[in-house]
Design a protein around this ligand. Structure first.
Ligand SMILES: [Zn+2]
Length: 352
């Protein structure tokens, strides 16, 4: 939904010794931005890039500012009318029970939005190329990990017109860009399109696409992927002890199956309920974290909707294996990693 490209301000910031992690490509996979010194394109949460604790530590509230931009008009009379919608999007993330995401709009600021000024802002830019962008600024100190220190969200008139309207997914781009600011990268879309004759198809397995995906069936709510991703990045006190993880490896023709989708389905009294989706990494290994205790079944398939994941495709994502569903149930326990074993895929999917 939101095409990204490296803006000029990002290049300028990089020249100043900071690196902006919004990425010029459309996706990196899994749910997190990797730390720049991490080497996997599908990192687990412990090597994901997080906010510098001096800037937004646990329990702290991150302040946002809406820029008094003339471009809000004609869709909004002014920034005061935009602010409640921005707050609604921020609150949607803040309400995730397992996550410590405290952030709010602290006021309206006048003048130009300046990337790298230490303020997190929401402003507008006149372009047809995308709907919104999150411009993250990162730093690294004394051999420590790369950390986020600022994020600016920029919206375009095309999106702001939608935001001013009544569509039921009008907060989507705001939610998506704030998710990037949080540290989430693009999630996968779900395996099929359920958009049929202007109705969502009800099913026990299909779920709505994550806000962080380039999917179509998105409303103003977060999907399980978004919720778990946010909780893993900024866990609320005690949450991490209540969940477990599931790990394993996937091969294709005896070699690691790179960046294939592992759908984790929760067994709910004999019915498969969707939980989360993860990608395998460069070595064909996967780690589905943040799972509530219970039984899970795995369904492995090539990624759908490739357009958010060009980096994974150019890094050798396996796109033609057949789907694999195993009936075997894996029990996840709180505080434990359950090994699910090895899964061998065969080629033959005809994907267009
Ligand atoms: Zn995005």
């Amino acid at each position: 939904m939101t095409r990204r490209r490296l803006p000029r301000s990002a290049i300028a910031a990089a020249a100043l010794g900071a690196v902006v992690g919004l990425g010029s490509e459309t996706g990196w996979g899994y749910r997190f931005y990797r730390s720049f010194d991490g080497d996997s394109l599908a990192p687990p949460s412990d090597s994901a890039q997080r906010w510098a604790s001096a800037v937004w530590g646990p329990g702290d509230t991150l302040a946002w500012h809406v820029v008094d931009d003339p471009l809000w008009q004609p869709h909004f009379p002014g920034p005061e009318e935009v602010t409640p919608l921005v707050e609604e999007a921020l609150d949607t993330w803040a309400r995730v029970p397992g996550a410590d995401v405290r952030w709010r709009v602290d006021g309206i600021v006048s003048g130009e939005q300046a990337h790298g000024d230490g303020r997190n802002t929401l402003s507008m830019e006149e372009t047809e190329d995308w709907l919104g962008q999150a411009r993250r600024l990162s730093r690294r100190r004394r051999g420590g990990p790369w950390e986020t220190i600022e994020c600016d969200v920029v919206l375009t008139p095309r999106y702001v017109e939608r935001l001013a309207g009544t569509r039921d997914n009008r907060l989507n781009t705001l939610l998506h860009e704030f998710g990037h600011c949080l540290g989430l990268r693009h999630a996968a879309t779900t395996p099929t399109i359920r958009w049929d004759s202007w109705e969502w198809t009800a099913s026990s397995v299909w779920r709505k696409d994550p806000q962080m995906s380039y999917g179509w069936d998105i409303d103003n709510a977060l999907a399980e992927d978004d919720v778990v991703g946010a909780s893993l990045l900024r866990p609320a006190g005690g949450w991490i002890r209540t969940v477990g993880s599931l790990s394993g490896s996937v091969t294709l023709d005896g070699r690691p199956a790179r960046f294939v989708s592992v759908e984790v389905l929760r067994n709910d009294g004999g019915r498969a309920r969707p939980s989360v989706q993860v990608f395998t990494n460069e070595d064909g290994e996967f780690l589905a974290e943040g799972l509530a205790p219970g039984e899970y079944v795995l369904w492995i398939h090539p990624m759908f909707s490739q357009r958010a994941h060009s980096a994974l495709l150019s890094a050798g994502a396996a796109t033609d294996p057949r789907d694999l569903v195993r009936a075997r149930r894996h029990r996840v326990r709180a505080g434990q990693e359950t090994p699910a074993g090895e899964f061998a895929l065969t080629r033959g999917r005809d994907q267009r």
